[in-house]
Design a protein around this ligand. Structure first.
Ligand SMILES: Nc1ncnc2c1ncn2[C@@H]1O[C@H](COP(=O)(O)OP(=O)(O)OP(=O)(O)O)[C@@H](O)[C@H]1O
Length: 250
């Protein structure tokens, strides 16, 4: 498997936050991770990114053990909800940033950034500064900046949490098409049940630092702990009320 996480354990001041984390993921796939606030999702992502040290366990990426590899050398990008763009750089330069660090030739930078701007439907916005964009546009720029360097692994921590429902849906569509186009492997943390189902090739549910991976979405939907059955029950319960209201109106 491309990503292998084995027996990862992490405590903060005797509070066990991640307990015996085990999962693996094939290249170019997305694993959605759903879980309540405080269950350890961000800590898990930070360990994979190398931003937190695990107390025990091992991680390998592309067949190589990365336990002792510094965050900047892992080729793993961590993207979170309030991800900030560089305020002094325009949109083109924000997206180009990682390519410039990696010393890509200018011609290639221009080609790649223009293609990304096109894919993100940000044409005409290239010379604007971040404060001149809407929240959804800024999020698209962050996303473009994160994937343009083709990271081995993209970690998304509730990336669309601050967006309104319509913009969020559009971002989900961008995410699906761009991760396919750029062949991205990713872990996608979300609080949103529907988003987890839509975004993931596989889904995992995290509870009190333990992660359960469902290789088959039907198993996830049928397991009462995931909350999907509750959600279905909620909508089904609304339907008789709706029929009643419509009858009264006549
Ligand atoms: N640096 C730290 N020091 C001490 N405790 C921490 C630290 N980071 C996280 N924790 C604790 O670990 C637990 C899990 O936090 P984490 O941020 O991983 O949760 P989460 O599932 O991402 O929550 P949310 O969905 O609200 O972002 C929490 O109880 C938190 O207080």
């Amino acid at each position: 498997m491309f990503l292998e996480v084995k027996n990862i354990v992490k405590s903060f001041h005797n509070e066990a936050v991640v307990r015996d984390l085990n999962f693996s993921l094939d290249a170019h796939k997305t694993l959605s991770i759903l879980g309540k606030s405080g269950c350890g999702k961000t800590t898990m992502l930070k360990i994979v990114a190398g931003l937190e040290n695990a107390d025990a366990g091992t991680i390998s990426l592309g067949g190589k053990n990365i336990d002792n590899v510094k965050p900047g050398k892992r080729n793993v990008v961590y993207l979170y909800q309030e991800d900030l763009l560089f305020p002094h750089l325009n949109i083109f330069e924000n997206i180009a940033f990682g390519l410039r660090i990696k010393k890509f030739p200018e011609k290639e930078i221009v080609e790649k950034v223009n293609a990304m701007v096109e894919s993100l439907e940000l044409n005409g916005q290239e010379t604007k500064m971040p404060h001149q964009l809407s929240g959804g546009q800024r999020q698209r720029v962050s996303f473009g900046r994160a994937i343009i360097t083709s990271p081995s692994l993209l970690l998304l921590d509730e990336p669309f949490g601050s967006l309104d429902a319509g913009t969020r849906q559009r971002m989900q569509e961008f995410f699906k098409s761009l991760t396919a186009k750029y062949q991205i492997t990713s872990l996608f943390v979300t609080h949103d049940l529907k988003e987890a189902i839509l975004m993931g090739d596989e889904i995992a549910f995290m509870q009190s630092g333990r992660l359960k991976v469902y290789k088959d979405k039907t198993d996830f939907i049928n397991d009462p702990v995931t909350g999907v059955q509750n959600e279905i029950g909620f909508w089904e319960n609304l339907i008789p009320g709706k029929v009643e209201r419509e009858t009264l109106r006549k």
